[in-house]
Design a protein around this ligand. Structure first.
Ligand code: 1CP
Length: 343
């Protein structure tokens, strides 16, 4: 159950500062590529509990992190709501029929049915818990409703978010209905992940920075807080990590009943500590590209440790590790975080 990791998330004093890496189970690991090749494609891997369990555990053994993160993807949620998801080689995720109208939204199935179609995720969690050593935590996750909605409305990843933003500024009622429907699915989905055995929840709002700060609460944060409130009322012992990427101008307005604020790499840790350090444990926040250089990694880990002082902190990257990072450099990051925090 990863007691030290869970205690650290809850703000208790721990013998050392735990460390994990966003996107730690993935393409930079040759062992991951081998299992993915056996699975045929990425979605097959997500749908296969035995293989998904295997790749979840790989970075725990190889890199030595204190927590595993469930291997899955945020986009299985809209897929199981009835949107047909495929991953096109070299282009990323695609939905064949994006949501443009109320009728499109009405066609998507609701929370009970969608959450129960995700059984392969819950089966994966149960398998992982059987095999994960007791001193490691298992992090379950979801995308924030806004981040999920960007894919559901655009039909794929986007640089400009123009279709979502056209909706935000010309038909906000429809966008809110989409966000509300996704929020209901996410609440049940995360509840079922908890019942299956996860120790910690992380909510990824990877595309938070696409929203202007004055609109961020209305179109994203309040839905994340609604999910956190729902889970905290029923499962107060499960820590919740919120990771809104790229919203330093929103730090003054952050509120809600959750435990850990994930600081992205472009937000100075000292600023996050000043604004939020008394209220929340902080996670982060090395710029993932520092992993290309061991010297740069060491310097950054030392800087972060100097700021946080080993208190109310989880070591992590400030976003996901990239596929061309050498494995030994990822191991170096973990070892350096452990060295400075006295593990
Ligand atoms: O094997 C492959 O080629 C697929 C690459 C890949 C992997 C390894 C994708 C496709 N998803 C994943 C796994 C994944 N996705 C995990 C578990 C692994 C881990 O963290 O160790 C997690 C937590 C995610 C979450 C995810 N998927 C996010 C949020 C996290 C973040 O990094 O911001 C997002 C935005 C996605 C969408 C997604 N999944 C995959 C792609 C190519 C994309 C699109 C990204 C984009 O639009 O630019």
């Amino acid at each position: 159950m990863g007691k030290i990791f869970v205690d650290a998330c809850m703000g208790k004093d721990t013998p050392y500062t735990p460390v994990w890496m966003m996107r730690q189970a993935g393409r930079y690991l040759p062992e991951y590529m081998a299992v993915r090749a056996q699975a045929g494609n990425f979605l097959n891997l997500c749908h296969d509990p035995k293989k998904a369990c295997e790749v979840t555990l790989q970075p725990v053994d190889i890199v030595g992190v204190d927590a595993a993160i469930l291997f899955s993807d945020i986009l299985v949620i809209p897929d199981e709501m009835g949107m047909d998801l495929s991953f096109v080689k070299g282009e990323g995720p695609k939905f064949s029929d994006p949501i443009k109208t109320q009728e499109d939204l009405d066609r998507l199935i609701g929370a009970d049915e969608a959450a129960s179609k995700l059984t392969y995720v819950f089966d994966t969690i149960k398998l992982i818990k059987e095999q994960l050593s007791d001193d490691k935590a298992l992090i379950g996750f979801t995308g924030a409703p806004w981040t999920l909605a960007t894919y559901m409305i655009e039909g794929q990843g986007t640089k400009t978010y123009n279709i979502c933003k056209k909706m935000m500024y010309s038909n906000p009622e429809l966008l809110h209905k989409i966000l509300a429907k996704v929020t209901e699915v996410v609440k049940l989905y995360m509840e079922k992940q908890i019942q299956a055995g996860i120790d910690v929840v992380q909510i990824f709002d990877s595309w938070a920075s696409a929203i202007e700060p004055s609109n961020y609460d209305e179109f994203s944060w309040k839905y994340m807080v609604e999910i956190a409130d729902y889970l905290k009322e029923k499962y107060p012992h499960i820590p919740i990590i919120m990771f809104p990427k790229g919203v330093p101008a929103f730090l003054d307005k952050v509120y809600g009943n959750f435990d850990v604020f994930g600081v992205d790499w472009a937000t100075p840790m000292s600023l996050a500590k000043e604004k939020l350090g008394d209220k929340y444990v902080l996670q982060g926040n090395m710029e993932p590209c520092r992993l290309y250089s061991k010297e740069q990694t060491t310097a950054c880990v030392e800087d972060i440790q100097k700021i946080m002082g080993g208190k109310r902190h989880i070591f992590n990257l400030g976003h996901g590790i990239l596929p061309d990072v050498p494995v030994e450099n990822a191991i170096h990051f973990v070892k350096e975080a452990q060295r400075v925090s006295g593990k």
